[in-house]
Ligand binder design. Structure first.
Ligand code: AMP
Length: 213
């Protein structure tokens, strides 16, 4: 199963990709997570990516192609993958298509996670990650008990640097201008499926399973 998840920041790509990964035993490839790891490791490349990410802009297509080519050459993708956050531009979509053609493993489906912008804003401004478990939480949507479970165990609720309102606006604009055209790109190739990404995590996951079946 080779899947691309397309959706605005906050559409729930990461959450759903993690569920699918656990269920189907295929890796979630999140370019955002990979870049954040490079930033945390303090590599020279990480230092360059840091300011781009903090401003809500996109890292260059060339760099992203290098990162994704290396990742797709790893043995754990033999049974498939869930791409979360890549491709994000028309060029990246073409690069991915070419790369998968060379590997002889074409994409099965691109899933568009459709959700309106008001919900996105709440999801993004309220988003937190538990420093102990990595669990994704939200100050608007998680229960108090879920939030307490992290803090009572000594964890911190981490707010991503790029989840503040100004940067979020930029990220949503970047999505509309650069990533949304991919919907048309995959529709033309008959690879697009759209799911309603509003509602509970489990309800959305059911729709996702239907889309990939
Ligand atoms: P994400 O966690 O997917 O929202 O990604 C966080 C940030 O990493 C984005 O706002 C971009 O700055 C950068 N990034 C992640 N994936 C890509 C990509 N495919 N192309 C360019 N920049 C990316």
């Amino acid at each position: 199963m080779r899947i691309v998840l397309i959706g605005a920041p906050g559409s729930g790509k990461g959450t759903q990709a993690k569920k699918l990964m656990a269920d189907r035993n295929i890796p979630q490839i999140s370019t955002g997570d990979m870049l954040r790891e490079a930033v945390a490791a303090g590599t020279r490349f990480g230092q360059q990516a840091k300011s781009i990410m903090e401003a809500g802009n996109l890292v260059s297509d060339d760099i992203m192609l290098g990162i994704i080519s290396e990742r797709l050459a790893q043995p754990d993708v033999a049974e498939g993958f869930i791409l979360d956050g890549f491709p994000r531009t028309g060029q990246q979509a073409l690069d991915l298509e070419e790369l998968l053609d060379q590997l002889g493993t074409p994409l099965d489906t691109a899933i568009l996670m459709d959700v309106d912008s008001e919900v996105l804003m709440k999801r993004l401004t309220g988003r937190r990650t538990c420093s102990l478990t990595g669990k994704l939480l939200n100050v608007y949507f998680s229960t108090q008990a879920e939030l307490d479970e992290c803090t009572n165990a000594g964890g911190e609720l981490i707010h991503r640097e790029d989840d503040n309102e100004e940067v979020i606006r930029t990220r949503l604009d970047v999505y509309r201008q650069q990533t949304e055209p991919l919907v048309e790109f995959y529709a033309r190739r008959n690879q697009l499926k759209t799911i309603d990404a509003d509602g509970s995590i489990d309800a959305i996951y059911e729709r996702m399973l239907e889309a990939v079946s």
